[in-house]
Design a protein around this ligand. Structure first.
Ligand code: KIV
Ligand code: ZN
Length: 388
C-alpha cells in the first residue's frame, strides 16, 4: 500500500522571518522561495502582504516566480487584509489565502474583547470574502491548542460551510502535550461535519520543545498538512522544524505517511537559510546540526567504524550531509585513532598504534579536538611510520 501524502507547508518566509534580527531582503526571499520549490514543499507561505509594502512586493514576486508550489499569503479576519493578499497573489499559478482569528478564551476575552458568537461571524465573513478571490482558502484558529474542543469544532464547521479548504489548528503558544494535540485533531476529525472534504493542518510552536512531536501526533491522528520552517526558525522558541518532521516520517515507514520533499537537499537548504537569516544552527540540532553525524566517544566510534548503523539511524547522504565524522578527543579510543590515521595514509600496526595512542592522549588532554595537523606532527615526531 503506498504511503499517504502529508503536504508540507513551509512558513520560513512568514512565521520564520518574524525572528528579531532575521529580516530578509527581497532578493534573499526569492532565492529561498526558489530553493523551497526545488526541495519539493507543497505550499510556500510567502508573507503577510498587508503588513508592509515590502512584504506585499515579496509575496507578489514569489507568486510570479513559483511554478509548482502553492503560494500563500497570511491575513487577519479583516476585509482590507484579505483584499490586499488577493492582489499580491494575483499572478500565482496556485494561490491560497490564509485567514483566521483567535479562538481560545484568552484571545476572545482579552485580545479581541468580544464574544464567541462574534468570532464565528468574523471567521465566516473572512472565509467567504477570501473565497470570492481564490478557490483555495485556509482558515487558522489562532491558539487552537488552548481552545475548548467543542467551541473549536463549532468554528471549524462554520468555516467549512463558508468554503474553507484547509483548517489550520495552531498550537500558537507551544502549550500542548503530544497526546493532547493528537487527541484534538482526532476529536475534530470525528466531530466536525464536512471535515472529510477538507485538509486538517498542524502548526506547532516550540515553547516546550514539543513542536515536532506535536506535529507528528497530529499527522498520526488525521492531519494531512504540517506547517513548519527550515531549521525550526520562528517566534520565541521557533516553529516545527521541516527537516525533522520529514525525516521522522521517512524513518518510520510503518506510519504509512510520507512527503514529497527531496531529502538530499535538506542540508544545503538549512545552510542557505541559516546564512541568509544570519542565524546559526545549533551544532546538536537534529538532522542538520554540524554534530548530527559526528561521533566522539570511543565506544560509539568503535561501533560506527565497524558498522555505521550501530550508532546512526540515517545515512548522512540521504539528507545531503557530508559523511559521518569521527572526531578525535580525549574520549576517543585506539579504533578511532587508527581509522583517522588510515584516512591520512598511515597504516599503523599494533606496536606503532600503541605508541601513537600514548602520544595522542597527551595531546588530546590539552585540546578540545585533535585535528589532522596534530596527527601528522605526531607521526613525524615519534617516527611512527618507520616503527611500523
Ligand atoms: O502561530 C500561529 O497561530 C500563527 C497563525 C497566524 C497561523 O502563526
Ligand atoms: Zn505561528
Amino acid at each position: 500500500m503506498s504511503a499517504q501524502k502529508i503536504q508540507i507547508f513551509d512558513t520560513t518566509l512568514r512565521d520564520g522571518e518574524q525572528v528579531p534580527g532575521c529580516k530578509l531582503n527581497m532578493d534573499e526571499k526569492l532565492v529561498i522561495a526558489r530553493q523551497l520549490e526545488l526541495l519539493g514543499v507543497n505550499v510556500i507561505e510567502a508573507g503577510f502582504p498587508v503588513s508592509s509594502p515590502g512584504d506585499f512586493e515579496a509575496v507578489r514576486a514569489i507568486a510570479a516566480q513559483t511554478k509548482e508550489a502553492t503560494v500563500c499569503g497570511l491575513t487577519r479576519a479583516v476585509e482590507n487584509d484579505i483584499r490586499v493578499a488577493a492582489e499580491a497573489l494575483k499572478t500565482a499559478r496556485y494561490p491560497r489565502i490564509h485567514t483566521g482569528i483567535g479562538t481560545s478564551e484568552s484571545h476572545v476575552k482579552f485580545k479581541l474583547r468580544t464574544t464567541q458568537a462574534d468570532v464565528i461571524e468574523r471567521a465566516v465573513a473572512a472565509v467567504k470574502l477570501a473565497k470570492s478571490f481564490v478557490e483555495d482558502v485556509e482558515f487558522y484558529a489562532e491558539d487552537a491548542g488552548r481552545t475548548d474542543n467543542e467551541f473549536l469544532a463549532m468554528v471549524c464547521e462554520a468555516v467549512i460551510k463558508a468554503g474553507a479548504t484547509v483548517l489550520n489548528i495552531p498550537d500558537t503558544t507551544g502549550y500542548c502535550l503530544p497526546e493532547e494535540y493528537g487527541a484534538k485533531i482526532k476529536y475534530l476529525y470525528e466531530n466536525v461535519r464536512g471535515v472529510q472534504n477538507v485538509t486538517l493542518s498542524t502548526h506547532c510552536h516550540n515553547d516546550l520543545g514539543l513542536a515536532t512531536a506535536n506535529s507528528i501526533a497530529g499527522a498520526i491522528n488525521g492531519a494531512r498538512q504540517i506547517e513548519c520552517t527550515i531549521n525550526g526558525v520562528g517566534e520565541r522558541a521557533g516553529n516545527t522544524a521541516l527537516e525533522e518532521v520529514v525525516m521522522i516520517l521517512r524513518q518510520h515507514p510503518y506510519l504509512n505517511l510520507d512527503t514529497s520533499v527531496n531529502t538530499r537537499l535538506l542540508t544545503e537548504t538549512s545552510h542557505l537559510v541559516s546564512h541568509m537569516m544570519r542565524m546559526q544552527v545549533q551544532p546538536n540540532k537534529a538532522i542538520v546540526g554540524a554534530n548530527a553525524f559526528a561521533h566522539s566517544s570511543g565506544i560509539h566510534q568503535d561501533g560506527v567504524i565497524k558498522h555505521r548503523e550501530t550508532y546512526e539511524i540515517i545515512d548522512p547522504k540521504e539528507v545531503g550531509a557530508e559523511d559521518s565524522s569521527i572526531v578525535l578527543t580525549a574520549r576517543s579510543g585506539r579504533a578511532a585513532l587508527a581509522y583517522r590515521m588510515q584516512k591520512l595514509g598511515y597504516a599503523l600496526e599494533k606496536a606503532a598504534l600503541d605508541k601513537a595512542y600514548a602520544a595522542f592522549l597527551e595531546v588530546a588532554d590539552k585540546k578540545k579536538e585533535v585535528v589532522d595537523e596534530d596527527l601528522h606532527l605526531m607521526v613525524e615526531q615519534d617516527n611512527l611510520v618507520s616503527a611500523n
